[in-house]
Design a protein around this ligand. Sequence first.
Ligand SMILES: C[S@@+](CC[C@H](N)C(=O)[O-])C[C@H]1O[C@@H](n2cnc3c(N)ncnc32)[C@H](O)[C@@H]1O
Length: 219
Amino acid sequence: MVAISNRTKVKVKTAKYRSKSSTKWLQRQLNDPYVKKAHEMGYRSRATFKIIEIDEKFHLFKYGFKVADIGSAPGGWSEVAVKKVGKGNVASIDILDMKPIDGVHFKQVDFNLDEAKEFLFDALKGKADVVISDIAPNTTGNQVVDHLQIMALVEQAYYFAIDVLKTGGSFVAKVRQGGTEASLLSEMKKHFSSVKHFKPQSSRKESAETYVIAQGFKD
Ligand SMILES: C[S@@+](CC[C@H](N)C(=O)[O-])C[C@H]1O[C@@H](n2cnc3c(N)ncnc32)[C@H](O)[C@@H]1O
């Protein structure tokens, strides 16, 4: 586990050119020990700590495993995965571009398009042992709309995962707190031998995000 210490709080002054929400965001970034630690450790994102914690608890990655990272940019999760499973064994997809990572195959594409799966099978030379999804839609600020959007994406990611996973494989996805929708959860329980929710310590307490970890894919 990465030790994160608290520091003296930085106060950001308001500025005419900066909106209230940007000031709040900046203040939160400057006071976030995980942002500082990610920077010190050369990680691409603070999200890196979340997959490290998830892997520590659920032992997702083994050397030689094939990993599909959907919603991968800027690449924090892919960097952790490739270190664990070895070069050439990670295929990452995002609608945004991502700076290359040694040993990681990348395609800029919406994961819902057929070409995303084609890319994946091609890059991994077959199905995946692990599908990780940290996908987040742009938030609107409207709680109901945001909740519906993320749940729709989780469902899409789930159907993507069951199409590309090997028997015995694992699926990790970001969901909203309160957990996965009941209907999706019971669907997942039919196809995986274990389905659990986990909120890493590095996930902001005030954030509604948590993760669903489904293991032992039954096909
Ligand atoms: C929170 S970020 C992922 C951070 C990443 N796990 C890391 O460690 O750097 C979520 C990503 O999901 C991507 N995304 C959202 N919708 C997508 C879609 N339909 N297809 C592919 N990527 C998508 C966004 O562009 C964004 O880069």
